[in-house]
Design a protein around this ligand. Sequence first.
Ligand code: CP3
Length: 392
Amino acid sequence: MSSSLCSSLSLSSPSINPKSPIRFRSKSMLSTIRCAVGEVIAEPKAVSVAEPLLLNAVRGEKVERPPVWLMRQAGRYMKSYQLICEKYPSFRERSENVDLVVEISLQPWKVFKPDGVILFSDILTPLPGMNIPFDIVKGKGPVIYNPLRTAEDVDQVTEFVPEESVPYVGEALTILREEVKNDAAVLGFVGAPFTLASYVVEGGSSKHFSKIKKLAFSDPKVLHALLQKFTTSMAKYIKYQADNGAQAVQIFDSWATELSPVDFEEFSLPYLKQIVDTVKATHPNLPLILYASGSGGLLERLSLTSVDVVSLDWTVDMAEGRKRLGADIAVQGNVDPGVLFGSKEFITNRILDTVRKAGNSKHILNLGHGIVVGTPEENVAHFFEVAKGIRY
Ligand code: CP3
């Protein structure tokens, strides 16, 4: 229903922006919000229940509300996850044991019923399968024991064979599909070549990215060789995830935005495009979502990758992002994760503002980056309740 058809809203809550062309229903907050067209109350058209809402939305089909999930929705803000961490203190164990991966992936599903259930894993999980050992150390984050800096180091990187190195990923995705059925989309993910390279060259997380930039700007051939290896392996990994149950796959190029646009065009964009083209050649209907944090300066270039969805971070205004990306591409995002520390009323208003700016198709509601540790679970519950009560 377009905003012009639905300009008169009757609202019973003072917290809702009356200019909003969307309707919102919530057990706890509102009794009725209706959109009247003449004397007739416009009800959302029945949509196919055969496919998860998220997939319908990405394809631009008519949906009654935006699908919603949250980046890092499985993890440390949940008490139930912290209990598992006490019993299994190693991140690698938690993310490489099928039963634990399934249990942790389903924790937010059981409580919040998001429209996307993302596999509990990490972008670094494939590294040991490429002969790059790593760990995630509490208080320190990712650690690469032998950072790669030379042509000889890059030569040692082997091609990833997912079924041999990470069979637990395929098994977990298959179980997740059985558990979730078509009530939500099961989401896989991979790290983008430049972001993976930033970890393995820097040796872990980085503030200034000086080591990878030294390599890029003094010995680019070596970095290109590494990026090509990650590209080939990640394209294979996406196909493996799809073949084992993932219904959409998100590519995280979290740190690509550390690059100037001209360097993004050399060290990230061609590899992202190659991944998309390789995957689409065999899996043309698999939706691919691309996320880069702080991407305002790169939006138009992100859409050149031919991904289906660009996931916006919260520093981009949703309406402006939409305009810059064009109508063909779907958008995801982009509520500031910090909003989840705000009042319930603030959270509600920010969700509605985002949904209104995104328009009534091709939008997946999400945060602009992962949930922050310490986010109150009740605010996450409120986020989902509001989001799922929306009607276009
Ligand atoms: O979204 C989800 O719920 C799926 C789980 C997920 C994790 N990592 C689990 C995790 C996803 C999608 C990721 C992706 C990831 N990992 C990215 C891209 C997303 C982004 O944030 O930009 C990046 C850059 C990484 C690398 C990484 N792994 C970092 C920076 C950290 C945090 C380090 C720290 O301790 O603060 C990790 C570890 C990690 N991966 C955690 C979780 C839940 C926290 C450690 C733990 O739970 O013990």
